[in-house]
Design a protein around this ligand. Structure first.
Ligand code: COA
Length: 158
C-alpha cells in the first residue's frame, strides 16, 4: 500500500470509497435513517470529491493498493482533518492509522503544532487511541446524535 496525493482522476474511485464507508461502516451514526444518510451523502459526488483534490488550501490523500483506492483522507490547511474514510473491505488493516499519520505529517510540514477534527461516533474510540482528546460539546451533524470535536498536539506519542 502507498499513500499519495489524490488527483482529480481519483475522484470516482475515492468517492465510491467515501460513500461505502459512510453507508456500511457508520451505522452507529446514521442508524440506517434515510434522511440522515441523504444529507450526509448529498455532496459526496465525484465532482465534489474532485474539487477536494484541487490543492487549493487543502490536501486530499489516498491509500492505494494494486491500483485500488483503500481509503481517502483530507486536510484543510494547515491543521483540520476534514475527511477520513476507509473502504469496508480494507477495515482493520491499519490503513486509517497510516492515513491519519500521513495527514498529521502534512500538517506538521505546514507548521501546525495541533490538529483538529470532528469525529463520528464510529471512529471516536479510534481517535482516542491515537492521542486525540475531546474538546467541547458533541454536536449533531446531518442529524446524527453526536459528532465529537477533537484535537491532538502534534509531535507527541502516540
Ligand atoms: C474506525 C475506523 C476509522 C478505523 O479505520 P481502520 O482503517 O479500520 O483502522 P486501523 O486498522 O488503522 O485501526 C484498527 C482499529 O480497529 C481495531 N481492530 C483491528 N482489528 C479489528 C477487528 N477484527 N475487529 C474489531 N476491531 C478491530 C483496532 O484495535 C484499532 O482500534 P483501536 O486501536 O482504537 O482499538 C474505520 O474502521 C471506520 O469505521 N471508518 C468509518 C468512517 C469514519 O467514521 N471515519 C471517520 C470520520 S471522522
Amino acid at each position: 500500500m502507498i499513500i499519495r496525493d489524490a488527483t482529480p482522476d481519483d475522484a470516482a474511485a475515492a468517492c465510491a470509497v467515501v460513500r461505502a464507508s459512510i453507508i456500511e461502516l457508520c451505522l452507529a451514526d446514521h442508524r440506517g435513517d434515510p434522511d440522515i444518510l441523504g444529507r450526509w451523502l448529498a455532496n459526496k459526488t465525484p465532482e465534489t470529491v474532485a474539487t477536494w483534490a484541487d490543492g487549493q488550501g487543502r490536501s486530499l490523500l489516498v491509500a492505494v493498493e494494486e491500483g485500488a483506492v483503500l481509503a481517502v483522507g483530507g486536510l484543510a490547511h494547515p491543521n483540520e482533518i476534514t475527511v477520513n474514510y476507509v473502504s469496508p473491505q480494507a477495515r482493520f488493516r491499519g490503513v486509517s492509522s497510516a492515513l491519519v499519520a500521513a495527514l498529521e505529517q502534512r500538517a506538521i510540514a505546514l507548521g501546525a503544532q495541533e490538529i483538529a477534527l470532528l469525529s463520528t461516533e464510529t471512529a471516536h474510540r479510534f481517535y482516542l487511541a491515537r492521542g486525540y482528546v475531546d474538546v467541547g460539546v458533541p454536536v449533531g451533524k446531518f442529524g446524527t446524535a453526536a459528532s465529537y470535536p477533537m484535537r491532538k498536539v502534534l509531535g507527541r506519542a502516540p
